[in-house]
Design a protein around this ligand. Structure first.
Ligand code: PLP
Length: 404
């Protein structure tokens, strides 16, 4: 008899965004004329930039020609892309990362979810609370956690690091030493960032305890302030303790195209074992590469024109973020994030729960956001709005929120 992976049964309820979807659909059915504005899910809305489109067209033509047709991509990704990433994302920032330490993939979600496979199931993980759910759920599926405790809304055996207003939504080093530490900056959902000196403390801590930091930098392109590291490899000693995830999704609007990469330094070891060969083995066995045309599109993001266009794209969304931040602060809401990240984290008024505020906002303003409690118990009484809408909808949503 085939047996299921029992760990999957530990996962509670439905996925946050499907619950939101159901609630919105039910509301629409009851109020068919409601003009609903969605600032909830973190998906982009602007079209791909001209350089990316041009690269796609050109590479599609290459695929239709016998001389230039390409089949399977090399395991780690095409060199043309890995070279430009190493040069422009890392060497240009003083980070000692070479092209052969970059593993091209179809996005950061898969990599963040799959990376745990190369670690034993007896590792203890530490995650922020609130947190991007993929880090926790993928470890639950792998059996690296205990049961879910509905009263605490936490899985047993996981170290949760509260991110609160008091600590600037930046986790403190926990009392118990974790083996694997998930950090995400700029942060989803809080929009908070970590300063270089703070991140250096984590790197020193991980090196001291032979822990590995899994650093998700999917929103790196949104950093606008100095002293906020774009890569964990800006910190001394990070090559010895950190893996970094990057994505083209929010940087260049590739959520539908799919492209990302993971960096594993050659000298990164744990318990004396190198991690690079393990991920290379996993990649080679279970993954057959991002499409050639998408890797060419990714390369175009790094051209002079591409960089300019992507900067404009990010600038557009950050213009929205500023409209939301300023508008809501002016209307008396307590808001944070939105300066180095496309997420605005707002405290619910009148001590409403996150879901009460969700219903209130949907009903009174026809605006959809994401309840903070969906990202963990310390997200309770918070609410996430995203800057990924159109300018027009962002302005309309802020106007409605200001009138509440
Ligand atoms: N990491 C974080 C923190 C995210 O918020 C997201 C997407 O929302 C991802 C990774 C997923 O990125 P990708 O689209 O490259 O899979």
């Amino acid at each position: 008899m085939a047996k299921i992976n029992q760990n999957y049964l530990k996962l509670p309820g439905s996925y946050l965004f499907s619950t939101i979807g159901k609630k919105v659909n039910a509301y629409k059915e009851a109020h068919p004329d409601a003009d609903i504005i969605r600032l909830g899910i973190g998906d982009v809305t602007r079209p791909l930039s001209p350089s990316v489109i041009e690269a796609l067209h050109k590479s599609v033509d290459e695929m239709g020609n016998e001389e230039t047709f390409r089949g399977y991509a090399p395991d780690l990704g095409y060199e043309f892309l890995r070279n430009v990433i190493a040069e422009k994302d890392f060497k240009a920032r003083g980070c000692d990362i070479s092209a052969d330490e970059i593993f091209v993939s179809d996005g950061a979600k898969c990599d963040c979810g799959n990376i745990q496979e190369i670690f034993g199931t007896d590792n203890v993980i530490a995650v922020c609370d609130p947190v991007y759910p993929v880090y926790v759920d993928s470890n639950v599926m792998a059996g690296r956690t205990g049961e879910y405790d509905a009263s605490t809304e936490r899985f047993k055996g996981v170290i949760y690091m509260p991110c609160t207003e008091e600590n600037g939504f930046c986790p403190e080093i926990p009392d118990e030493v974790p083996d694997l530490i998930y950090l995400c900056f700029p942060n989803n959902p809080t929009g908070a960032v970590i300063k270089k000196a703070q991140l250096q403390k984590w790197v020193d801590y991980a090196n001291e305890h032979d822990s590995v930091i899994l650093y998700d930098a999917a929103y790196e392109a949104y950093i606008s302030e100095d002293d906020v590291p774009h890569s964990i490899y800006e910190c001394d000693g990070a090559r010895n303790c950190a893996i970094e995830f990057r994505s083209f999704s929010k940087t260049a609007g590739f959520t539908g195209l799919r492209l990302g990469f993971t960096v594993i330094p050659r000298d990164l070891t744990t318990g004396g074992e190198k991690l690079w060969p393990l991920w290379a083995r996993r990649h080679g066995t279970k993954y057959n590469g991002a499409p050639y045309i998408v890797q060419r599109a990714g390369e175009a993001v790094y051209s002079d024109a591409g960089r300019k266009e992507v900067k404009e794209l990010v600038g557009y969304y950050m213009g929205n973020a500023k409209i939301i931040l300023d508008g809501l602060a002016g209307a008396g809401f307590k808001v944070s994030g939105g300066v180095n990240a496309p997420y605005i984290w707002l405290k619910t008024p009148d001590n409403m729960t996150s879901w009460e505020f969700f219903d209130f906002l949907l009903d009174k303003a026809h605006v959809v956001g994401t309840p903070g409690s969906g990202f963990g118990p310390h997200g309770e009484h918070y609410f996430r709005l995203t800057a990924f809408g159109s300018r027009e909808n962002t302005l309309r949503a802020v106007e409605r929120l200001s009138k509440l």
